[in-house]
Design a protein around this ligand. Structure first.
Ligand code: TRP
Length: 449
């Protein structure tokens, strides 16, 4: 059977972008920037994206395209005589699980905000009211679980129904709409009386509060946002055409992903300062400020509803790419499982692992692991441990074991592209700079020195 692949070069770009753009940009980036002091965090994050994120993304796509296999089998193929490398793939499966456990909870909130926005329940710019709505939403245990399971059922149906093609097509139309919508919010937000305070927070850095942990968080966010360090990009790379320009595509995805995040930041922070929200409010930041911005503009309720609909659509591309990692692993694990069985097993497993994350805002708010509630624990485990560890080994492999010749052949499409300088720069960075930086940040952030 011929392996499925992306049909056009634009398809390659949009699908990869579909995985990268999601809650990471719209929800996580603003709230983490708010919690970690604003501009200083943003700049470290930018540096991490370019110096750590981009090379790892190129390496992953390159390896996946060469092996034409899922995240685990790729390791079997590229390192046939050392099965230790497969552990990196296993790390990736764990990371996918731990991300999905809290991601699906947040997607559930997005869906509930669509309903509430449409019903007119969010038409207020008062921080107290917004906070009350958010708290009420996340702290209802049964409703939260029901929505999370609904989200899991939806994603499984999409995967099993083989409609991902249709999803790809719809995303192509809806993602630009989301971009347009973000621009609308930005304009509204920037014309608020106290917009400048928000911009200063976002762009005027104060590095005095930066410590190892903040740097680790910023790097973790770069991993999370680019969907790297755990095999998603390997899997996507395996669908890349032979004539796709890997370094160029990766750079474009990185830039587009960054643009969406910056727009989300510009949309949110002026409003935060204008209406007197708390920038460090945490995971509720998006859900509290966006309604406030829309409430003060004409057709706000309709726009607000559409905003959450588009956000929900953006999360689906990201969730599909996450789900695929454990599913592909189970199918190829030698148990002889069908795609259907693997999908159902993943959904049920996630449904169970997701319970403590979802209940972190209600019944289990006092239950902690290493001082974090489950929601934060899953987040920390994936972004600050599993993905950087995976990324480190991917770099080491791509930099030290892939070899000069293979790298040149793969990244220049066997000489078809004239990008020697790009390849030389990539090779240098992926060999020396990225792995050392990741290791340093990881150890420092964990308090090893
Ligand atoms: N990047 C996505 C976002 O920003 C989330 C995501 C999708 C992801 N696939 C991933 C994160 C793989 C890490 C690894 O929402």
């Amino acid at each position: 059977m011929k392996r499925e692949g992306f049909a056009t070069r634009l398809g390659v770009l949009t699908a990869t972008l579909g995985s990268a753009v999601g809650l990471g940009n719209i929800w996580k980036f603003p709230y983490m920037t708010g919690q970690n002091g604003g501009a200083a965090f943003l700049f470290i994050y930018l540096a991490a994206t370019v110096v750590v994120g981009l090379p790892i993304m190129i390496a992953e796509i390159m390896m996946g395209r060469r092996a034409r296999a899922n995240a685990i089998t790729t390791w079997k193929k590229v390192a046939p005589d050392n099965s230790g490398w497969m552990l990196v793939g296993v790390c990736g499966v764990l990371a996918a699980f731990s991300i999905m456990a809290f991601y699906t909870d947040v997607v559930g909130w997005v869906f509930r905000y669509i309903v509430q926005a449409a019903a007119g329940g969010l038409n207020s710019s008062d921080p107290k009211a917004a906070e009350a709505v958010f708290k009420a939403t996340v702290s209802a245990p049964w409703a939260s679980l029901a929505w999370q399971w609904g989200v899991l059922a939806l994603v499984s149906t999409i995967i099993l129904g083989g409609v991902s093609k249709g999803i790809e097509k719809t995303t192509k139309i809806l993602m630009p709409m989301l971009l347009g919508m973000l621009i609308v919010v930005c304009i509204r937000s920037l014309t608020l009386p106290r917009a400048l305070d928000g911009l200063a927070f976002l762009f005027n850095p104060d590095f005095s509060k930066v410590d190892g942990e903040v740097v680790l968080m910023a790097m973790g966010l770069a991993f999370f946002k680019l969907s790297i360090g755990m095999g998603t990009m390997m899997t996507y790379g395996s669908y890349f055409r032979e004539d796709a320009n890997v370094p160029l595509t990766a750079s474009r995805v990185m830039l587009a992903d960054l643009t969406v995040s910056l727009l989300a930041g510009i949309a949110i922070f002026p409003a935060v300062f204008n209406y007197g929200f708390e920038p460090a409010a945490g995971p509720g930041l998006l859900f509290m400020t966006v309604p406030a911005v829309f409430s003060s503009m004409p057709f706000g309720q309709a726009f607000m509803t559409l905003f959450f609909v588009l956000t929900a659509v953006a999360t689906i591309g990201a969730m599909l790419s996450l789900f695929e990692v454990p599913v592909a692993f189970m199918i190829e694990s030698g148990l002889g499982w069908s795609r259907k069985k693997a999908t159902i097993a993943t959904a049920v497993g996630l449904g169970i692992c997701g319970i403590p994350a979802t209940l972190s805002f209600s019944a289990m708010s006092d239950v902690t692991l290493f001082g974090l509630n489950f929601f934060d624990f899953y987040d920390y485990l994936s972004s600050n441990l599993l993905m950087p560890i995976g990324g480190f080994f991917i770099c080491v492999f791509a930099g030290w074991f892939w070899g000069r010749e293979r790298t040149e052949a793969d990244l220049s499409n066997r000489g078809a592209l004239s990008n020697r300088a790009v390849i030389a720069l990539y090779s240098l960075i992926v060999k020396w700079i990225t792995p050392l930086l990741v290791l340093l940040v990881l150890l420092k952030g964990l308090g090893a020195f």
